[in-house]
Design a binder for this molecule. Structure first.
Ligand code: PLP
Length: 438
């Protein structure tokens, strides 16, 4: 199969004003896109345009700017629907982020459909956002949570998944792409197996939507969630996609204005989907910004985005172990099995120290448990460092990371016992800085 035409990160960076900023004589090497993405100018322009030209509330005013705002907000919903290949844009509920979308499903669908003694199947890979809402639901309903384990490379153990499905769970909820290890899960196969066992499926797409094509019809899950801020859009934007029949049956989550058709003193009738789930004034500007971000990515092509990140991941997986002695990498060993996320540790250097020292070179990486504490328990590390990519990431970022890590090793003394003469001077300083950051 022909690979899509490669992306040129240097050209793309011209669309992101942050790369014009000077960081002590350097440009930013932003390697924390899994936490949040940078935003292109077209997104801030769209938000600005709403704020200065038609900043009215939606779904109520009948004057020009109110109608413009409503139309722009609903156009953004249609863009999300097209981006995910939803059957119908009424299947898209705007939320603040993936966390809110999962909570919405847990409270609305979960409270009605999960009973005492029933089971929800999750995995060891999950972000806290796809654990804690189910923990609370299970406690409230006296339901069971079961977990699919991972193997030593961070792949789900499918035999255990099948064994758990044989117990007849009501719901299976798992991440499309692991934010901790980058593992891409075989969603369609897992959905088919879950459906055959009579379970519904929620897929956490927070790390998938930004990095490659997602087609909710082809995946055939029941719920799919993502956050706008990881997909070049503003914070405060995100979406829940769900099959329309499910949304129709589900009771509202938050209640109040805009989600109603009629209100009387003692009871109310609710609005149609998706507005039934959108109580109060939403983040209108962020939703419009999300529409602009998806237009931007559409113009690039999500196949190209995926190929770009696959190439960067392959480059990082090759370069880091070759150039950085003793580095430990976590997750699947081949780039085709993982998204643009490379999690690592340097022996005898705390990842917070790594991140603090890299920051001095204007290299931004994440250090910590990445909101995946159970996953970190599984891999036997309290914390790791993580480099993650997006459309503006390039090979030069990875080369800067390698040089930065070599410098960290020089400061801390290499894993092979070699201690740099710089070490005494720098270690005290590095540890003090990192201690403050912890
Ligand atoms: C896999 C995954 N799920 C859920 C979330 C939660 O996203 P948010 O904080 O935007 O709700 C994240 C954020 O890092 C994530 O990586």
């Amino acid at each position: 199969m022909d690979r899509p035409h490669a992306l040129d990160a240097t050209t793309i960076r011209a669309d992101f004003p942050i790369f014009e900023r000077d960081f002590g004589g350097r440009t930013l090497a932003y390697l924390d896109s899994a936490a949040t993405s940078l935003k292109p100018r077209v997104v801030s322009d769209a938000v600005h345009d709403y704020n200065v030209r038609y900043s009215a509330n939606i779904h109520r005013g009948i004057y020009t700017i109110a109608e413009e705002a409503t139309a722009a907000f609903e156009r953004a919903r249609a863009k999300v629907g097209r981006f995910l290949n939803a059957r119908d844009s009424h299947e898209i509920v705007f939320v603040r982020n993936a966390t809110e979308a999962i909570n919405l499903v847990a409270y609305s669908w979960g409270r009605r459909n999960i009973g005492a003694g029933e089971t929800v199947v999750l995995t060891e890979l999950e972000h806290h956002a796809n654990l804690v809402p189910w923990q609370l639901l299970a406690q409230e309903k006296d339901a069971n949570l079961e977990f699919v384990p991972i193997d030593d490379e961070g792949r789900l153990v499918r035999e255990t998944y099948e064994a758990l499905l044989a117990r007849g769970p009501r719901l299976v909820a798992f991440t499309h792409v692991s934010n901790g290890l980058g593992t891409i899960n075989p969603v369609r196969e897992m959905v088919d197996q879950a459906h055959a066992a009579g379970a519904l499926v929620l897929v956490d797409g927070a790390q998938a939507v930004p990095h490659g094509p997602v087609d909710v019809q082809a995946l055939d899950a029941d719920f799919y969630v993502f956050s706008g801020h990881k997909v070049l859009a503003p914070t405060g934007s995100g979406a829940l996609w769900a099959r329309r029949e499910l949304l129709e049956e589900m009771p509202p989550f938050l209640t109040g204005g805009d989600m109603i058709r009629e209100v009387h003193l003692r009871q109310s009738e609710f609005n149609d989907v998706p507005w039934k789930f959108e109580a109060g004034t939403p983040d209108i500007a962020a939703a419009i910004g999300l529409g602009a971000a998806l237009d931007y990515l559409d113009a690039i092509g999500m196949d190209r985005v995926r190929e770009h990140e696959r190439q960067l991941t392959a480059y990082a997986l090759e370069l880091l172990p070759r150039e950085v002695p003793g580095i430990v990498l976590y997750g699947p060993t081949t780039a085709s099995e993982r998204a643009g996320i490379v999690t690592f540790n340097l022996p005898d250097v705390h990842p917070h120290d790594v991140a603090t020292l890299l920051d001095r070179e204007a290299i931004a990486v994440r250090a910590g448990h990445h909101c995946t504490q159970p996953l970190h328990e599984r891999i036997g590390e309290a914390a790791t460092a993580r480099a993650s990519f997006n459309v503006y990431s390039g090979q030069d970022d990875i080369e800067r990371l390698v040089e930065g890590l070599k410098k960290v090793q020089r400061i801390f003394g290499r894993s092979d016992g070699h201690v740099s003469p710089e070490r005494d001077v720098h270690q005290e300083e590095a540890t003090a800085v990192a201690g403050a950051a912890r």
